[in-house]
Design a protein around this ligand. Structure first.
Ligand SMILES: [Cu+2]
Length: 441
C-alpha cells in the first residue's frame, strides 16, 4: 500500500560542545545538536523535509543538502541565501524526490566548520524488493589534532601546503568515534550506507579482503550489484554496500587502503573501525538480481555542449591557484531548463580532484574516451590527473543559481568552483543575489 506524503520536521542547532571521540580523548567540536555527526534525518521519498536551523556558533553558517534535488533557494550556498548569523535561525523546506543516501554539511567557512564536525547523514526510504536484516550509516572522516586534542593550527607554510594537498589528519573517525567497534549477527546481511565526509581523504574501502556488494552510487541504486573487495570513495561520494553474511566470531577491520592522489602526503593503509560478528540469527534478506533501471540520458558520442577545465595555474600571489576555466570562484554561462547538458570536464593538473555538481545527478558517458564499466547516476566523480570525462545531465525546472566544485574542501575554498544559472525560458528574469528566498528570524 502506498503511503501518503507527509511533512517531517527536524531542529538542528549548530554550536560548540565537547565531544568524546574515544575514552580519554575529547575535542571541542562544532556540530549539530551536540553530536558528531549530527542526527540522521529520515524521510520517505516524496515527503517534505522542514529543518529549522538555529545558529549558536560564534560565526555565520548555512547548510548544503548534498545530492538532494531541491529548489535552488534551499541549496545552502552563499549565492542563494544570506548566511545565518550567530543567534539567528533559518527554515529550510523542500520535498525529497529521490530515495537514497544523502548528507548535509556546512557550506560556510567549510575548511573549519566541516573539519570540526558539522555534517550528518540523510536517509530517504521507499518501498522496495530489496530486503536486508539491518542497516548501518557510516560517516567517514579524519581530523588533524594536536597532542592536546585541539584542532591543529598551521603557520603560513603549513597553510600553503594544506591548501595544495587538502587537510588530512591521523584521527580516523566512523560516526564521530575513533577505533569504533561495530556489531552484526552471523548469517545476516546488512546494508551499509557509506559517506565520505572528510575534507580531502580518499578512502579505499577494504573489509580485510572480504568481498562485499556495491549496490548504490551517490544515493541511486545501480542496475546490478557489483561484487568487490576494494572500492574508492572520494570526498563527497556515497556508496551503499551489502555486507555479509559472515561467520560467528569473525572479526575484521573497516580500513582504507593506500591511494596515491599525487600530493606531498604519503598514501597509507589506515584502520577506521572493527567489526565483530555475534551469534547467528535468521536472515530475511533478499537482493533482487536487477535493482533498478537506468535509462541512458545520451549516447557516448553525444556532442559536447560545454567544456570545463579544472586546473592548478601559476600565480604571482600564491605561487599556484586552483581554478575552473583559469578563473577562481567564477561565474559560468547559464543553462536552459529542459536542454540536455553534455559537459566535457578536464583535469589539467597533476593531482586528483573529485568533481561535484550541486542539485542534479549526472551520468558519466566517457572517462578518458572509454565508456564506464556500468551505468550509474552520480553527483560527485573523481578525476585522476590529466583525465577528461564527458557527463550528461538534464536541468529540470528548478531555476536559480547553482554551483559545481572540487570536493576537496581546501581546493574549493581556494577557488576551484564556479556558479552558473539555470534559466526557465518561460520566466527568464535574473535570479540569484538580491532575491534570497526562505525566512530568517
Ligand atoms: Cu581538488
Amino acid at each position: 500500500m502506498k503511503q501518503e506524503s507527509k511533512t517531517v520536521e527536524y531542529n538542528l542547532t549548530a554550536s560548540e560542545f565537547n565531544w568524546e571521540i574515544k575514552p580519554g580523548k575529547t575535542i571541542s567540536a562544532w556540530g549539530f545538536n551536540n553530536q558528531v555527526p549530527g542526527p540522521i534525518l529520515r524521510a520517505r521519498k516524496g515527503d517534505t523535509l522542514v529543518i529549522n536551523l538555529v545558529n549558536n556558533l560564534p560565526e555565520p553558517t548555512m547548510i548544503h543538502w548534498h545530492g538532494i534535488r531541491l529548489p535552488a533557494a534551499m541549496d545552502g550556498t552563499g549565492e542563494v541565501q544570506r548566511p545565518v548569523m550567530p543567534g539567528e535561525s533559518f527554515e529550510y523546506r523542500f520535498t525529497v524526490p529521490d530515495a537514497g543516501t544523502f548528507w548535509y554539511h556546512s557550506h560556510q567557512n567549510e575548511t573549519i566548520q566541516m573539519e570540526r564536525g558539522m555534517y550528518g547523514g540523510i536517509i530517504i526510504e521507499e518501498e522496495s524488493d530489496l530486503l536486508v536484516d539491518d542497516e548501518k550509516l557510516l560517516l567517514l572522516d579524519d581530523m588533524k589534532l594536536t597532542g592536546d586534542n585541539e584542532f591543529k593550527q598551521l603557520g603560513p607554510v603549513g597553510r600553503w601546503i594544506e591548501r595544495h594537498d587538502g587537510r588530512e589528519g591521523s584521527t580516523n573517525l566512523v560516526n564521530g568515534k575513533e577505533e569504533a567497534i561495530l556489531y552484526m549477527h552471523a548469517g545476516q546481511t546488512e546494508r551499509w550506507r557509506i559517506i565520505n565526509a572528510a575534507s580531502a581523504r580518499y578512502f579505499t574501502l577494504s573489509l580485510d579482503g572480504k568481498p562485499f556488494k556495491v549496490i548504490a552510487t551517490d544515493g541511486n541504486l545501480l542496475e546490478y550489484a557489483r561484487i568487490e573487495t576494494e572500492w574508492l570513495i572520494t570526498p563527497g561520494e556515497r556508496f551503499d554496500i551489502v555486507a555479509g553474511p559472515f561467520n560467528e566470531g569473525d572479526q575484521f577491520s573497516i580500513r582504507s587502503l593506500p591511494y596515491n592522489r599525487v600530493t606531498m602526503l604519503t598514501a597509507k593503509n589506515q584502520p577506521y573501525a572493527r567489526v565483530q560478528v555475534l551469534e547467528r540469527k535468521e536472515s530475511v534478506a533478499h537482493l533482487p538480481e536487477k535493482l533498478s533501471d537506468i535509462i541512458a540520458l545520451a549516447p557516448q558520442d553525444a556532442p559536447v555542449t560545454r567544456k570545463i577545465k579544472l586546473s592548478v595555474d601559476p600565480s604571482l600571489k600564491h605561487i599556484i591557484d586552483f581554478t575552473v576555466n583559469h578563473e577562481m570562484h567564477g561565474m559560468d554561462k547559464p543553462v536552459m531548463v529542459g536542454e540536455l547538458q553534455v559537459w566535457e570536464v578536464s583535469n589539467t593538473s597533476l593531482m586528483d580532484h573529485p568533481f561535484h555538481l550541486h542539485g542534479f545527478f549526472f551520468q558519466v558517458l566517457e572517462d578518458n574516451g572509454k565508456a564506464p564499466a556500468y551505468k550509474a547516476w552520480k553527483d560527485t566523480y573523481n578525476l585522476k590527473p590529466k583525465t577528461t570525462i564527458k557527463i550528461a545531465w538534464m536541468p529540470d525546472n528548478r531555476p536559480g543559481i547553482w554551483m559545481y566544485h572540487c570536493h576537496i574542501i581546501e581546493h574549493h575554498a581556494a577557488g576551484m568552483m564556479a556558479n552558473f544559472e539555470v534559466i526557465d525560458p518561460a520566466d527568464p528574469s535574473p535570479s540569484g543575489k538580491g532575491s534570497f528566498a526562505g525566512c530568517h528570524s
